[in-house]
Design a protein around this ligand. Structure first.
Ligand SMILES: Cc1ncc(COP(=O)(O)O)c(C=O)c1O
Length: 638
């Protein structure tokens, strides 16, 4: 069993250990009962997550459970808008700010409705990156002042729909992603008699950094280069539509971890804006796209899962940076638009998973010395174990590795018995455990021994699918904060990794946040079934995860609850959305309920006739089968 060495423990120790103050600063805390609490601390309303989960489970809605905290979503909108308002006030910027939410980041209807309703006071807009997203956006926004930004590649139908949408409310801006879209927009708008609002996405030479670096730069997939923009300007002049070109857009990529990249992009994009205005283009909007980061690991560095700047610094740099280029050129300050997706919605969702069991390295009782008939090399392993001290740690570990390999070689040649092989493995792991303890006492880990913690970690099997609920953890090694949602007043005595219930060896989490580096293990508690379920929370999962998640092994969407604080220390459950049933997931891959049931019924009939199944068992089988189809895709309680 992998244990950590701590003697005293308090809630504060857990807060430090799991970095709650760093990644969760405005929203996450731990109460005296050792429960994780979530809420907008500015309004001192916070929700006890364990109490909430217990209540929801009592109603029959089991984990895995995605909890959406509406207060956090609303607070993030306020924070982002507030940061720009504050920068605009401080710098005496003459333009205004318009936030736009790209629904690709999380299209969930309740979430987007909530965002539109709360953001209405700021005329928050929406961004569509495709035709289906535009159709969704059209039904949601009715504010004439809000922007609808239409990005993504466009066919004639997309363009026509967007132009017609501009007749029913918001300011719809068609952003040209590639030169060939422009003639289509011009001809369709002529046919419909609707003057389009046109934006052009520019392909900046400046690049972001990290996973989404390729979204920017000269060779990026989207946008027009400087020459293409000039050609577009000439074309619009020729078509007498120069006045339609209202917005200049760029997007550097998601999760920009270094403010340097934001500053560089702003300078290049800003000068482009100024040059175009000087050429007589009546641009009004400067759209800096998305990319505002989320500090997933709380390290405040330019590490890919973090960011080395604050929201206020981001807003200041955009507002101030634009003034720096506009003022000397005598160009009016534009309306600033951001398309922050991740930074708007990541915080609001927490995934709660239940630990099903713990797999640990099974090591038998060790004798003091090797059996008389054991090969000499087994004796060497025993000697290494008994002679292990902090002085010879590295050498002893190397020796142990070699003796273990030698034992395996002897076994493979038929020269070592199974009993002796098992003893060799037990003694090797005992050496690793003792080395781990000595490393801790030493306070530093020799490079050769860095893998020991991971090798000795317990495996906490959890009822969820990484592929469905945390695809970025699997696909791009994105880190998310993971911590127990209760028992935080107790010492976490084990070191573990998480494994999901898919039959895929990649379905695991073995990288965890740490202020200095990525950790291969996480401190967790003993799972004591007599004390009820042990729940873990995976935080900051509100952006991209749900929609990028897939049906690997046919594990579907999890149950979801939307909660909001009632302002009196309690909460209201606003919506409960049941997760996918097995039947829904099977239908998605072409299996229909009636065909499935008919197929199994036919097979059961044949079995009855062949005397392999009684009528009673056949009825039971059909009942179980139908119940399975209607049930949750994850493991269910007895
Ligand atoms: C054009 C555009 N705008 C906005 C976004 C949202 O980016 P983020 O979630 O990093 O804010 C994206 C996503 O990559 C995008 O492609």
């Amino acid at each position: 069993m992998a244990r950590i060495d701590t003697n005293r423990w308090s809630v504060e120790d857990s807060v430090d250990l799991y970095g709650v103050r760093s990644w969760g600063k405005d929203f996450f805390s731990v109460n005296d009962r050792g429960h994780l609490c979530v809420g907008d601390q500015a309004t001192s309303s916070s929700i006890d997550v364990k109490d909430l989960v217990d209540e929801v489970v009592e109603r029959g809605i089991d984990a895995p459970l995605l909890v959406r905290f509406s207060d956090l979503l609303r607070a993030r909108i306020d924070h982002i808008h507030g940061a720009f308002e504050s920068a605009i006030g401080e710098y005496e910027y003459q333009g205004s700010f318009r936030g736009v939410y790209p629904i690709k980041v999380n299209q969930n209807r309740f979430l987007v409705e909530d965002l539109v309703s709360h953001g209405g006071r700021y005329h928050y807009g929406l961004e569509a990156g495709s035709k289906p997203e535009l159709l969704a956006v059209m039904s949601l926004l009715s504010d004439d002042e809000a922007l609808v930004i239409c990005n993504g590649y466009k066919d004639a139908e997309y363009i026509e729909t967007a132009l017609l949408a501009s007749r029913i409310g918001p300011k719809v801006i068609l952003v040209v992603e590639k030169p060939s879209e422009l003639p289509h927009i011009v001809s369709i708008s002529r046919r419909l008699g609707i003057r389009p609002r046109i934006g052009i996405r520019t392909r900046l030479s400046t690049r972001g950094a990290g996973h989404w670096e390729a979204s920017g730069g000269d060779r990026s997939k989207f946008g027009l280069g400087a020459r293409e923009i000039l050609e577009a300007v000439d074309y619009l002049a020729q078509e007498e539509m120069t006045d339609c070109f209202e917005l200049l857009h760029f997007h550097l990529g998601s999760q920009i971890s270094s403010i340097r990249n934001v500053k560089d992009a702003l300078r290049e994009g800003g000068w482009l804006y100024v040059n175009l205005v000087k050429k007589g283009i009546p641009l009004r909007y400067f759209d800096v796209g998305g990319g505002l980061g989320v500090d997933y690991d709380g390290s405040q560095t330019n590490f890919p899962s973090s960011m080395n700047y604050s929201l206020q610094e981001y807003a200041n740099d955009i507002v101030g940076g634009m003034m720096e280029v506009c003022d000397p050129a005598g160009v009016a300050h534009p309306i600033l638009v951001t398309e922050s997706g991740r930074a708007t919605v990541a915080h609001h969702a927490l995934l709660v998973v239940e630990v099903l069991g713990v797999g640990e390295l099974g090591v038998g009782q060790l004798p003091d010395k090797p059996p008389e008939d054991a090969p000499t090399v087994l004796g060497h392993l025993f000697d290494t174990f008994h002679g292990l001290t902090s002085k010879n740690l590295q050498e002893a570990y190397h020796d142990a590795q070699q003796y273990r390999d030698d034992c395996l070689a002897l076994f493979n040649l038929g020269l070592m018995s199974l009993d002796h092989r098992v003893l060799a493995e037990d003694i090797f792991w005992a050496i690793c455990r003792r080395s781990q303890q000595l490393v801790r006492d030493l306070g530093r880990t020799p490079p050769e021994l860095e893998g020991i913690e991971k090798a000795l970690a317990d495996t906490f099997f959890c009822n969820f699918s990484v592929f469905q609920s945390l695809p970025d953890s699997w696909a791009i090694n994105q880190l998310f904060p993971v911590l127990p949602i209760h028992r935080l007043e107790e010492k976490p005595e084990r070191l573990g990794i998480l494994a999901d219930i898919t039959c895929d060896s990649d379905g695991k989490i073995d990288s965890f946040i740490s202020p200095r580096d990525v950790r291969p293990v996480l401190e967790l508690h003993d799972q004591r079934s007599e004390e009820g379920p042990y729940y873990l929370g995976i935080a900051l999962v509100g952006a991209y995860q749900e929609i990028l998640g897939d049906l690997h092994n046919l594990f579907g969407d999890t149950n979801t609850v939307h909660v909001a604080s009632d302002g009196k220390g309690g909460y209201d459950i606003e919506h409960v959305v049941a997760g996918d049933t097995v039947r829904e997931c099977l239908r998605y891959v072409g299996y229909h309920r009636n065909d499935l049931v008919a197929g199994v019924r036919k097979a059961a009939e044949k079995a009855i006739q062949a005397g392999r199944l009684t009528r009673k068992d056949a009825r039971h089988l059909m009942q179980i089968y139908e119940r399975g189809l209607a049930g949750y895709t994850y493991l269910e309680r007895e």
